[in-house]
Design a protein around this ligand. Structure first.
Ligand code: F6P
Length: 374
């Protein structure tokens, strides 16, 4: 029996996606003799039945390319914007899966994609996922592809910021991606030698950050680098979020619940930049030093994947087609040391791998004198 494999990439793009598409495609078609079909722009392309042939020619020369040749989107099968309305398009997606006579759909994505894949599996489709995201926050896998590349880019940025901060005796606050998880800011902060690292997992006191910078000045170091994850929050902001969450839980009427939900959403909203600029201004006031802001933004997601990400994507992609050949579905292909492991989607979806407060990276950073503002 020749298996027919569908593949899509969903969520924010990430270096290594093309390496993974290539690995799945080459091993599925070349090694296992399967047929493969790509869907464009994530679940939206599957809903609209927009396909792409993925034969040998298309798969050649993409190992080193950034982005995804399939295109991506953040659309969810059960909540898709269609003609200005949010609609559940699960049924159409199932119809297109059947129309294309698929045996399995492979979804390359981060946390949101794991949930969407589980949703489709619960509606009777065969699904396998691969974990990608520069945030490294997918549960049950050692790491995700994209993270290593972004780590290199953010580290190089911090390296470069050092010389200009040093020359001008300034603070430079560098914002690093990571809305809920601080892996990227933590890793790049350590590797780049940031003096302060602020993470979503550790609410900070602005005064403690200023104190750390003043102490550096006293010891003759008139510049400081502050690496801040975009989702980092001060203690006051974290308290407001916790109170809003409680309010939402305790709301008795529908109206109250809606209001509490809106308030929480606005507090948790992803406002890259605003918060970092505010922090920089406060640090100027509290330390008397000049401060500048650098927001790395999507630079961290663009361009060629690192060697480590190419390798990881190739390992996960080829392991994925072994699972297809064995008919093992409803799983994510996780990285486990040198090996890979099939983890049930139920164990992954809805979970987030945050930085534990006692993680060895946090402890090492503290040992070398890095402040977390706590
Ligand atoms: O999920 C990866 C990520 O890069 C996050 O770090 C960031 O918060 C988010 O995507 C940005 O999303 P978008 O590109 O949709 O603005």
């Amino acid at each position: 029996m020749i298996r027919r494999v569908g593949i899509l990439t969903a969520g924010g793009d990430s270096p290594g996606l093309n390496a993974a598409i290539r690995a799945v495609g080459k091993s599925a078609q070349g090694h296992h003799g399967m047929e493969m079909i790509g869907f464009r722009d994530g679940f939206r392309g599957l809903m609209e039945n927009r396909t792409m042939r993925l034969d040998g020619n298309v798969l050649s020369g993409i190992l080193t390319l950034g982005g995804t040749i399939l295109g991506t989107s953040r659309d969810k099968p059960h909540r898709m914007r269609v003609d200005g309305e949010t609609v559940d398009m699960t049924r159409t997606i199932i119809e297109n899966y059947r129309r294309n006579r698929l045996d399995v759909l492979i979804c390359l994505g981060g946390g949101g994609t794991q949930k969407n894949a589980l949703h489709l599996q619960q509606h009777g489709l065969n699904v396998i996922t691969l974990p990608k995201t520069i945030d490294n926050d997918v549960a049950q896998t050692d790491t995700t592809f994209g993270f290593d590349t972004a780590l290199g880019i953010a580290t190089e940025a911090i390296d470069r910021l050092h010389s200009t901060a040093h020359s001008h005796h300034r603070i430079i606050v560098v914002e690093i991606m990571g809305h809920r998880a601080g892996w990227l800011a933590l890793g790049a902060g350590i590797a780049g030698g940031a003096d302060v690292i602020l993470l979503p997992e550790i609410p900070y006191s602005t005064e403690r950050v200023a104190q750390a910078i003043r102490q550096r000045v006293q010891s003759g170091k008139t510049f400081s680098i502050v690496a801040v994850a975009e989702g980092a929050r001060s203690r006051e902001q974290a308290e407001m979020i916790a109170a809003a969450r409680k309010q939402k839980m305790e709301a008795s009427s529908k109206k109250e619940k809606k209001r509490a939900k809106q308030q929480l959403a606005s507090l948790e909203a992803h406002h890259s930049g605003n918060h970092t600029v505010q922090l920089s201004e406060q640090l100027e006031l509290l330390t008397g030093l000049e401060s500048r802001v650098t927001i790395l933004g999507h630079l961290q997601r663009g361009g060629a994947p690192s060697a480590a990400d190419r390798l990881l994507a190739t390992r996960l992609g080829t392991a994925c087609t072994e699972l297809v050949a064995a008919g093992k579905y409803g799983v994510m292909v996780a990285a486990r040391g040198e090996q890979t492991e099939a983890v049930a989607l139920e164990k992954v979806a809805g979970q987030k791998k945050l930085v534990p407060l006692d993680h060895p990276w946090v402890i090492s950073a503290k040992r070398v004198g890095t402040s977390f503002g706590d």
